[in-house]
Design a protein around this ligand. Structure first.
Ligand code: SF4
Length: 419
């Protein structure tokens, strides 16, 4: 068991899967398998697994570059190529890596060029521009899946059908590029694994309701997320979450909580500042403040009934594609947060706003005002960036966090006295 709140076995297993992913990409640099680039929001990776594509996830490459402290160099490289300072820093990390002097060679492996780019445009319009910038570099086909925004509580029947047909239209494209015939049974098998994986992933999050919470849904949750995206639809992903379930359930028996005690129960909204991840975590650990719930965990698959099962593979894929948190309207996000506050007995909300990401940061100041002023839930608003550490001012962030928890401690004491 780790002393910093992240289980060593799970961390090592997750790292091993990440390394295997990049090793397989590198082994494939000679082009044995065709390569597709995919985005993680509204992910439908299973379709491409059924055609034996190697999959590159540009956003995940940006995350790993950020965590390995390479992002400033890559962002500068992309700015020298003409990309503006204020666009998404994931985009700049990725284009800096692929189109800059690095020529696709990252510390974590060599990224092969794409044979196909699929822009599953779900909540983020930057994806379109990103896909087109990649096409300019690699001159390969770009296919867009236009995923309608969820205006009500769930996608309409028309929206579902619209997405399903676009997925269906991709089948002959995949057949032609990969040279593999479409086999619906193979796709069903892959989706069965996905369905089991998602069940385990969602159940793991439910454990945050316990008091004390046996795991940190933000700092641990995001650390265990790689298999959910990079390996979804495989035995490896499913087995990872089986292992996570066993390890975290074991903790319950000993009343384990990540920082030794649980002083505050937090809900985290927004993405982590990846280059400063450990430092940021330390700032909360110092107050024994545990993330019991996190909206970031819903980026590639959001809670809610997936109306279809793998028995209807294209329908199931279409519902996976539409169910992302970034594709939810603001009212739906706020309603869900309100439910989490109640169900997880949350003391405060931490909102991490990302300067270069509109889909995640839109409405977050209004959200803070709504929960703090109208609902009386203490809420801390912090802003920095997902990939650019120049926007993370350690002293300022620490000062704001410490001041917030001092006030929260006082408030807790007063409430305890009243009770
Ligand atoms: S703008 Fe936000 S959602 Fe879109 S690619 Fe960048 S970080 Fe991801």
């Amino acid at each position: 068991m780790s002393t910093v709140g992240i289980d060593n076995t799970l961390r090592d297993k997750s790292r091993e899967l990440v390394q295997r992913h990049y090793q397989e990409l590198e082994d494939n640099a000679r082009g044995k398998r065709k390569v597709v680039y995919l985005f993680t929001t509204g992910l439908i990776v299973e379709l491409f697994r059924a055609f034996d594509f190697s999959v590159v996830y540009p956003e995940i490459n940006a995350i790993h570059s950020s965590r390995q402290h390479r992002s400033v160099q890559l962002i500068s490289d992309s700015e020298l190529l003409g990309y503006a300072p204020n666009i998404c820093s994931y985009v700049k990390c990725d284009l800096g890596l692929l189109a800059g002097p690095s020529k696709g060679q990252a510390k974590f492996g060599k990224i092969p060029p794409p044979d196909l780019i699929v822009v599953n445009q779900c909540g983020c319009s930057t994806y379109i521009k990103w896909g087109h910038a990649l096409r300019e570099k690699f001159h390969c086909p770009v296919k867009v899946i236009d995923i309608p925004f969820i205006h009500d509580d769930c996608p309409t029947g028309f929206d579902h059908e619209y997405v399903r047909r676009q997925i269906e239209d991709l089948i002959p494209v995949c057949e032609e590029i990969s040279g593999v015939r479409f086999d619906p049974d193979r796709l069903k098998e892959i989706l069965e694994l996905t369905s089991d994986t998602i069940d385990l992933w969602m159940k793991m999050q439910e454990l945050g309701k316990l008091k004390p919470s046996p795991f940190d849904a933000f700092f641990e949750g995001v650390s265990y997320m790689a298999p959910l995206t990079m390996w979804r639809g495989t035995v490896e992903a499913r087995d990872f979450y089986k292992l996570a379930d066993n390890i975290i359930r074991d903790r319950i028996k000993s009343n384990y909580t990540p920082y030794g005690r649980e002083n505050f129960r937090l809900l985290f909204e927004g993405s982590p500042p990846w280059p400063s991840f450990s430092e940021f975590r330390g700032m909360f650990k110092a107050w024994s403040a545990v993330g019991v719930a996190s909206t970031y965990l819903y980026v590639s698959v959001a809670p809610g009934d997936l109306e279809f099962s793998p028995e209807k593979p294209l329908d199931y894929l279409a519902s996976l594609a539409t169910q992302s948190y970034y594709n939810w309207n603001l009212q739906k996000r706020w309603n869900h947060i309100e439910t989490l506050i109640k169900d997880y007995e949350v003391d405060a909300i931490i909102i991490h706003s990302v300067r270069s990401c509109r889909p995640s940061s839109v409405g977050q100041l209004d959200m803070r005002n709504y929960f703090a002023r109208d609902k009386g839930i203490p809420s801390l608003f912090l802003d920095s960036d997902v990939a650019d550490p120049r926007f993370f001012s350690s002293a300022q962030v620490l000062n704001r966090i410490d001041t917030f928890f001092e006030a929260l401690s006082q408030r807790k004491k007063i409430n305890e006295r009243i009770l």
